[in-house]
Design a protein around this ligand. Structure first.
Ligand code: 1PR
Length: 550
């Protein structure tokens, strides 16, 4: 097998990249010290998370000069995400830290007054015409205007027409709201992408393969023109797998009604809707934009004893090339074999090393938020959210919320954030608030959803997975009132969850709220709808969706 070198400077989860490279038929060799760089013919610089953190690690390890020398020698070089950012002059994220400065320009934060930040999801990388008209109409490194690629970042290089092109760079851009930014840049031996090709399904594999095989430029396939791009972020559809061991001890995908996963008749067994890895593969092939695994009994045991979930991730990440999230049991925990307190960051690291791209934190986020308010909104720096966000970046930390409605006759009856509801309470109450729960809904706390999301955003969470116990498994649509109130409270992206029963419900939540993504479980597991069917329906309504590519 041919070999590509990957630079290891502790910049986050790179297992997915290794899997994607192996899928292209190449082998990875690690560069662990500056002296190894000279051995590389082709070199890939990965990186997720914080620009300053990554660049500082990179510089302190002594990689700056050897990597510059590799590039200046004309050897193939690819940078991904922070790997792209590192070639520019610097970033607003860490003004005092320098980039390599091989490409002119600096990164700026997206404007969060008009849209959610981070920018998470599938967007274009449409190649612009270049100074050299012979290369117009050509795809660079397999990039296609009709494909979508997975991005996750808060900072980007704003696109200024002609500026990079005058130095001979070819540029592919994407639009997020009113902002156009640089999605990929290429010249001579260099290709850098802001998106993650390893998480971008077949479209990303094509880019990786073109780099590995040195195919810098080639004609677009017949029927695809430069103007084929449907610009902008797509509507993200997520398939969710609630996973637990059944009474026989097998790990199964299950699905509850309002969190009760046992059959209502017969033997009262745990509902078995399939095997986790197979299901994930199925949804990937249907075009799911992300797959989420929730270990729903993690509150019982230490996650360190839950090794099957690590194996599920290892297997799924070898064939499922879209982002994978794992939730359940991400908290400080006692190792039963040694009695040692294992920090949440270490638990999360086990998952990242097994192929997870994000971790989702439920119960621990609620207790951390309670402590935050008890300390007069002072951050401790020690919570699972803060430590994982600091090490892996905000985009790697999802907070999963399991709220329940509490009705009140008047807002003055509670200290909590209320809303006026169109679904009256049992005694005709016109108002409600949403109480946070922990341990899979088993314990209700005196904390409302708006308080929780505000606190976790301050702690550095990158995204909210908004379930709703009242709606879960009912198939009668998302709780739009809940979604709207959470969207109004935070700038980070929000995923609507619980209640999807058909494609119309997805269209409704995108139409009536500004939610960033929507998640379904039961309707997919029971085979009533496919992800593809939902996307075709949304496409028919004029919403931009990503189409699955073989
Ligand atoms: O508290 O950090 O250990 O995490 C536990 C995780 O497990 C939380 O994310 C919590 O939401 C989840 N969980 C715990 N118990 C259950 C249960 O169902 N008994 N599942 C559970 C939560 C909710 C969604 C579901 C949607 C969509 N499941 O993931 O998939 O509601 O369903 P639908 O489309 O069929 O309506 P921690």
């Amino acid at each position: 097998m041919p070999t590509v070198h990957l630079l290891d400077y502790a910049a986050g989860n790179i297992r997915s990249l290794v899997n994607a490279i192996e899928k292209c038929g190449w082998e990875v060799e690690w560069i662990k010290s500056p002296a190894d760089v000279a051995k590389a013919d082709k070199l890939i610089l990965p990186g997720v998370g914080h620009f300053g953190h990554c660049m500082t690690q990179f510089a302190n390890a002594g990689f700056v000069e050897p990597v510059k020398a590799h590039i200046q020698a004309g050897k193939p070089f690819m940078g991904i995400c922070v790997g792209l950012q590192s070639l520019f002059e610097g970033s607003e994220e860490s003004p005092a830290v320098h980039g390599l400065g091989l490409i002119k320009g600096r990164l700026q934060r997206f404007n969060d007054s008009t849209k959610s930040v981070p920018h998470i999801g599938w967007n274009s990388a449409s190649t612009l015409s270049s100074k050299d008209s012979a290369s117009d109409g050509q795809s660079i490194y397999g990039l296609r205007p009709d494909s979508k690629y997975y991005y996750v970042h808060s900072y980007a290089v704003p696109y200024r027409p002609g500026e990079l092109e005058k130095d001979g760079w070819r540029v592919a851009t994407a639009k997020y709201g009113e902002e156009e930014f640089v999605g990929a840049v290429a010249r001579d031996n260099i290709l850098v992408t802001q998106f993650h090709p390893e998480k971008s399904g077949a479209a990303g594999q094509r880019v990786l393969k073109a780099f590995l095989e040195g195919r810098k430029s080639e004609p677009l396939p017949a029927g695809v023109s430069m103007s084929a791009a449907e610009e902008g972020l797509t509507r993200r559809i997520i398939a969710c797998l609630d996973v637990r061991a059944n009474d026989q001890g097998d790990l199964v995908v299950t699905k509850g009604d309002q969190y009760d996963v046992r059959e209502k008749s017969g033997d009262n067994a745990v509902r078995n809707l399939g095997k986790p890895v197979q299901k994930a593969q199925e949804y990937y092939e249907q075009g799911a934009d992300e797959v989420t695994f929730l270990n729903i009994t993690s509150f019982r045991d230490t996650p360190l004893a839950d090794l099957p979930m690590l194996e599920v991730l290892r297997q799924a990440s070898a064939t499922v090339f879209v982002p994978l999230t794992i939730g359940g049991g991400i908290r400080d925990t006692l190792d039963p074999s040694t009695g040692r307190l294992v920090p949440a960051l270490e638990v999360a690291t086990l998952y990242f090393q097994s192929g997870a791209d994000k971790v989702s934190i439920g119960s621990d986020a609620v207790t951390a938020a309670e402590a935050y308010y008890a300390a007069d909104r002072k951050l401790s720096g020690k919570t699972a959210i803060e430590t994982i966000s600091e090490a892996y970046g905000a985009q790697a930390v999802v907070v999963s919320i399991d709220p329940k409605r509490v009705y009140v006759a008047s807002p003055s009856d509670t200290k909590h954030h209320t809303l006026e509801t169109s679904q009256l309470g049992p005694n005709g109450e016109k108002y409600c608030w949403y109480a946070c729960t922990i341990k899979g809904g088993r314990e209700t706390r005196d904390l409302d959803v708006v308080q929780l999301v505000t606190a976790v955003e301050a702690m550095g969470a990158g995204e909210i997975l908004l379930n709703c116990i009242d709606r879960d498994g009912r198939g009668d649509g998302f709780d739009l009132e809940l979604v709207k109130s959470v969207k109004e409270a935070v700038k980070i992206p929000v995923i609507a969850s619980s209640g999807a029963g058909n494609a119309e419900h997805f269209a409704e939540v995108f139409d009536k709220t500004t939610v960033d993504a929507a998640l379904g479980a039961g309707m997919f597991h029971r085979g009533e709808w496919t992800v593809k069917g939902v996307k075709e329906f949304l496409g028919g309504k004029g919403l931009i969706v990503r189409k699955f590519e073989e």
